[in-house]
Design a protein around this ligand. Structure first.
Ligand SMILES: [Zn+2]
Ligand SMILES: [Zn+2]
Length: 297
């Protein structure tokens, strides 16, 4: 019962904060929108879904982190990166860990796009044809637990970080997530490569073929530059967003279950292919992408 009471209290705090951020960001978006006249039904769906995902996260994440923390502490290398106390040093330490986090996030995110079995979980985020601040938390409810395993656990196993740094990182990650999804004409110009921004991340959501599988980093585009996936937005370039397939996932049922139906279809096809002799399976394309992945987008 205490667990539910804590989760509910946590939900109320988080949903109020998100509501404040949405209102402020939407006022800014109205001043200089990248995409005009976004349908209100899309925004309304995202707002409703955000309430759902915040609720799921406050229910799932605390027990998961409670379970993972002792494992990480017992088996981790615990390489310390401890900067001196003081606001400036702590901010710098948070920046260093943010950089480390972004390295892991980059490869996690790239894998979500690369592998056909991982894509269904990420598809909901990309299915939004009206990217704006309300898109920020439009992630499938299983994505966050996967991120905890595949990003936080490896980082925790290698490095030791002060709790204060974790607080900074969590706050910065959340706030930056809202910022980069804003539907706003805001170019960083020649500084685009330094920090991710709304125009740079918009290209990641673009339906234009030349932007496919580009700009994976959450904070530091330098990782995309280093690993060959960087795409600099052109002057005044704010492309339309969504899936190449134009699949619409804006219904509570589809948003929640679509990965399971995708996986059932994918593994069903595979089972049929294995039973049938002959050249049924298509070869990967020139980038090595599986055919199933191309269908999904
Ligand atoms: Zn993505
Ligand atoms: Zn995004």
């Amino acid at each position: 019962m205490q667990y539910l009471a804590d989760a509910l209290a946590n939900f109320q705090v988080q949903i109020r904060l998100v509501a404040i951020i949405f209102v402020i960001a939407m006022l800014i978006e109205a001043l200089r929108p990248a995409q005009r006249r976004q349908p209100w039904r899309n925004v309304a769906f995202n707002i409703g879904y955000t309430a759902f995902i915040v609720l799921v996260n406050v229910l799932l994440l605390p027990p998961l982190l409670h379970f993972l923390q002792p494992l990480v502490q017992r088996h981790g290398l615990q390489i310390p990166i401890h900067f001196p106390d003081g606001l400036g040093w702590q901010a710098l330490q948070a920046l260093v860990f943010l950089f480390i986090h972004d390295f892991f996030y980059y490869w996690f995110h790239r894998a979500q796009h690369r592998f056909s079995f991982a894509w269904p979980l990420h598809k909901l985020h990309h299915a939004d044809e009206s990217v704006n601040v309300t898109t920020s938390l439009r992630h499938h409810w299983l994505e966050e637990p996967f991120r905890a395993w595949l990003i936080l656990v490896p980082i925790g196993l290698i490095f030791d970080q002060k709790p204060v740094t974790i607080g900074w990182i969590a706050t910065l990650l959340s706030l930056f997530g809202f910022f980069v999804h804003m539907n706003v004409r805001l170019s960083f110009g020649s500084g685009t490569w330094i920090f991710a921004g709304p125009q740079w991340h918009r290209l990641h959501h673009s339906i234009e073929p030349q932007h496919a599988d580009r700009n994976f980093a959450a904070f530091f585009p330098i990782f995309d530059i280093a690993f060959g996936t960087y795409c600099k937005p052109g002057h005044d370039e704010y492309p339309a967003t969504g899936l190449h397939s134009r699949e619409n996932l804006n219904s509570p049922w589809r948003a929640v279950v679509s990965p399971f139906t995708d996986w059932a279809r994918m593994f069903g096809k595979q089972a049929i292919t294995q039973q049938q002799p002959g050249p049924v399976q298509q070869p990967p394309d020139q980038n090595g992408n599986a055919a199933a992945n191309q269908d999904a987008r």
